[in-house]
Design a protein around this ligand. Structure first.
Ligand SMILES: Cc1cc2nc3c(=O)[nH]c(=O)nc-3n(C[C@H](O)[C@H](O)[C@H](O)COP(=O)(O)OP(=O)(O)OC[C@H]3O[C@@H](n4cnc5c(N)ncnc54)[C@H](O)[C@@H]3O)c2cc1C
Length: 637
């Protein structure tokens, strides 16, 4: 992509400026700046009150008070026009699952299932009714995905690939009226099923390394290059194709031809994950896309479009994980009652009860984050920080659930062909990587969270240091302090306000005492972050970019504080003793993680009591969730 020009330099982001001043290579600073500018332009798509600096997470950390109203998702209305299509879609998946006809000969979701889902209105869930879709609010869509995932997570995943990261979100958000009228009806009816082609062999985490190019040739763009790991990409599908056009990323909506040809062919490989759908490399050689299929965002470029869809995809991923974890728990319950060791069902053992309770707690956390994040999207928020929290939590929770809770409880049978764990282990792990690897996303979370503070106080100091020609800045050095007195005074005023101002803690009336205590703890913790984060910026100054582990650690603690708030408030809204106990347990786990304390006996008792309620059939989240037959059953004597 293009090299830095003077105007670019003038608009350089905080991180880009810091990297340059900190002595990083021009190349690294420029690439970071490219991504930051794309990110800032996404912000401009939203009204100021919905931008990251006014998001619930940002406010809760920096404003001295958590906006609790923005952390409490309202109950969804009893019904909505999209419900009928959702019910039909659920029936389709249930019916095919029960009949054993979900997959074709290659064990991929069959064309019949895709077609039946199209008839049910599945592919148009997020598309406006004027284009033939169901117009589902995101909060309803994500809750629906969790239910679909209890029958089949791949079918749920495909709705997200098509509707969030695929062609639907780019066209409905960035398309011209003509493009919407031409493309959305086909995407809504399922005539066009879509995916999103961003990753390349040389560009995954680093999106500035894209090499696939498009050049205008008459009324078409000619595309050359290669994409890797593209889900739902086979001949005949439609893709949002990210290319470099005139030195900048751009998105073309491209119909892949019905057969491979000289201009387009697949690169096939064996992939353990997503085994029930197609995932391929795509090779383009003078591949032609009509000129009118270029999306032109009002601000920014192709990455602006990609970031918008990825946000929704991250919430959808957490919703799907919430469904998959329900399936794990539903499969654990019959097994723990059947399996006896030393004359007793393992359901009576404390270790096993703790696993059941922890799994319920993870489900509660995922449900809470999905409900919260989706509400914010429906309200019009960008939701960047909130969607990252949900993505990391959902994927890590699913990984832990699969390995620490589900596999261990099923023992050797976990590894039998036909066992849910053995058959799906890669499915359970892959979400940690796609739509952004968790730790790299955690760094992005930190960067977004500190951006405003950095711009307000540290960037002026950095620029003044450069202006004054100071080599090793030391505020204790009287000459340095005098030269930067204006910048340092502004920072000192902020620091004193934080140090002596305190965090305004709030209570929620009628809240369960345990949840209220967690909420108070979380607010205390949130109140400690501004000085700690600022201290880290001060300590590492321009070398902060190299302190990834510190940023990742701090990022995770902020995320944990946010999850505490969201889960405690969600638990309060449920008014169901099992959901409250599950929310309480997750909050206890998060508090211990943050403080490093060992679990108390009360914690173990709470976990066992929660597990007993679940074993007794009290967990409403498991209603209607199917489970498999126990493998290698024997006569229990
Ligand atoms: C099952 C599956 C489905 C997918 N579907 C799609 C799809 O539909 N469309 C699409 O476009 N892509 C898709 N992807 C690609 C996916 O989004 C990428 O794999 C992911 O973004 C990571 O990129 P990468 O694999 O190139 O990792 P790399 O860029 O090779 O990075 C490897 C690891 O190195 C570390 N790392 C990288 N950079 C840094 C850094 N700056 N600092 C610290 N650590 C770093 C991180 O731990 C990272 O995970 C899919 C991937 C999988 C596995």
């Amino acid at each position: 992509m293009s090299s830095t020009t003077q105007p670019d330099r003038e608009q350089a982001s905080f991180a880009e400026t810091a990297l340059r001043l900190g002595g990083k290579s021009e190349e690294e600073a420029r690439r970071t700046g490219t991504l930051d500018r794309a990110d800032e332009l996404v912000e401009k798509l939203f009204a100021p009150q919905y931008q990251t600096a006014n998001s619930p997470v940002h406010k809760a950390v920096w404003d001295g008070k958590a906006p609790l109203d923005l952390f409490t998702p309202p109950r969804l209305p009893e019904s909505a026009p999209c419900d009928a299509a959702m019910q039909k879609s659920l029936d389709v998946v249930r019916r095919h699952r029960e009949a054993g006809t979900l997959f074709d000969d290659q064990r991929k979701i069959s064309n019949t299932v895709l077609h039946d889902l199209a008839e049910a209105g599945y592919w148009g869930m997020l598309i406006d009714p004027q284009y033939g879709g169901q117009g589902a609010p995101f909060a309803r869509f994500s809750r629906f995905l969790t239910r679909i995932a209890t029958f089949d997570p791949t079918v749920a995943g495909l709705a997200s690939v098509h509707g969030c990261i695929g062609a639907v979100d780019p066209v409905r958000t960035f398309g011209t009226p003509e493009q919407k009228a031409r493309l959305l009806p086909k995407l809504a009816s399922g005539q066009s099923l879509s995916g999103f082609a961003l990753t390349e062999p040389c560009a995954g985490s680093d999106l500035t390394a894209l090499r696939t190019t498009a050049t205008l040739d008459g009324d078409h763009y000619e595309v050359n290059g290669e994409k890797l790991f593209i889900t739902n990409a086979v001949p005949g599908r439609t893709i949002g194709l990210v290319v470099v056009l005139d030195g900048k990323p751009a998105v073309l909506i491209a119909d892949l031809p019905p057969e491979e040809n000289e201009q387009f062919h697949l690169r096939r490989y064996g992939l353990y994950a997503l085994k029930h759908t197609h995932n391929n490399g795509l090779v383009f050689n003078r591949f032609r896309v009509p000129r009118e299929n270029l999306l032109r965002p009002p601000v920014g470029d192709g990455l602006t479009i990609a970031y918008h869809g990825l946000n929704l995809g991250r919430l959808a991923l957490c919703a799907t994980a919430a469904g998959s974890m329900r399936v794990m728990l539903a499969n654990m319950l019959p097994w723990v009652e059947f399996r006896r060791t030393y004359g007793q069902p393992i359901a009576t053992r404390e270790l096993v009860k703790r696993r059941i309770a922890r799994l319920a707690a993870l489900i509660a956390g995922a449900d809470a984050l999905v409900a919260w994040g989706s509400k914010l999207i429906d309200l019009g928020y960008r939701g960047e920080l909130e969607c990252i929290v949900a993505k990391i939590f959902g994927s890590e929770a699913q990984k832990e659930a699969a390995i620490e809770l589900f596999m261990k409880t099923h023992g050797g049978r976990s590894f039998l062909h036909g066992h849910l764990f053995g058959d799906n282990v890669h499915e359970f792990l892959a979400p940690c990587i796609y739509e952004g690897e968790g730790e790299v996303l955690g760094l992005a979370f930190f960067k977004s969270l500190v951006k405003e503070h950095g711009k307000a106080f540290f960037e002026p100091i950095g620029k003044a240091v450069q202006r004054e020609g100071i080599k090793d800045f030391n505020p204790a050095n009287p000459r340095h302090a005098w030269a930067l007195r204006k910048e340092l005074a502004a920072y000192s005023r902020w620091w004193a306000g934080q140090r002596f101002g305190g965090y305004q803690k709030q209570q929620v009336s009628g809240m369960d005492a345990r949840l209220a205590d967690h909420l108070a703890f979380a607010q205390e913790l949130l109140g400690s972050f501004p000085l700690e984060i600022s201290g880290v910026l001060r300590k590492h100054q321009l070398k902060l970019a190299d302190r990834q582990c510190r940023m990742a650690e701090l990022s995770q603690r902020v995320q944990d504080a946010i999850i505490l708030v969201v889960t405690a408030l969600w638990g309060h809204e449920q008014r169901d003793p099992v959901a409250v106990a599950a929310a309480d347990l997750l909050c206890q786990d998060l508090r211990r993680k943050v403080t490093g304390q060992r679990p108390t006996d009360r914690y173990f008792r709470d976990a066992a009591a929660l597990a007993d309620m679940i074993i007794g059939g009290g967990f409403q989240s498991l209603a209607g969730v199917p489970h498999q037959e126990i493998l290698m059953k024997y006569e229990n004597r």
